[in-house]
Design a protein around this ligand. Structure first.
Ligand code: SF4
Length: 139
């Protein structure tokens, strides 16, 4: 079934244009941010086409008979399209267009990798960290 994309408000359109600029900045100037976030990304594209409708309808977007979308220039598609979604902000932007159907991708929460004051701070190896106060009391 073909999805009905929502008409966005002017405010939402401005946010969507900003999101495009944000992604452009990341793939031009901060690919490390993209790699770090893609490492947390799970799932796969469900071919809803919502990310091809951000700010303006992409002329390369097309539909199969079953309603799934495809890109007419998939192998030559722009970098902004290849990296989507980079992070939760992109998913929030995308939800303006298709709020009732989630993107096929999601993100695992970020984990702090340095020991702070929180007892809930996890080390990258999955072991619970302890607060500075705990280490002092063990001495
Ligand atoms: S919004 Fe998500 S599921 Fe839909 S086409 Fe884009 S990447 Fe795929």
């Amino acid at each position: 079934m073909k999805h009905a994309f929502r008409r966005v408000t002017l405010r939402e359109r401005i946010i969507l244009v900003w999101g495009k600029l944000r992604r452009f900045y990341y793939h031009q100037c901060n690919t490390r941010y993209i790699k770090e976030n893609h490492a947390r990304r799970t799932g796969e594209c469900a071919r809803c086409g919502a990310c091809c409708w951000l700010a303006h309808p992409c002329p390369s977007l097309a539909w199969e008979e079953d309603g799934l979308t495809y890109c007419k220039i998939h192998k030559r598609r722009a970098k902004n399209c290849r990296i989507f979604p980079i992070d939760e902000k992109d998913l929030r932007d995308r939800d303006f267009i298709l709020p009732d159907t989630p993107c096929g991708y999601s993100f695992r929460p970020k984990r702090p990798n340095n020991c702070g004051d929180s007892d809930n701070c996890d080390k990258p190896d999955g072991k619970k960290q302890h607060s500075q106060q705990d280490s002092n009391s063990n001495q």
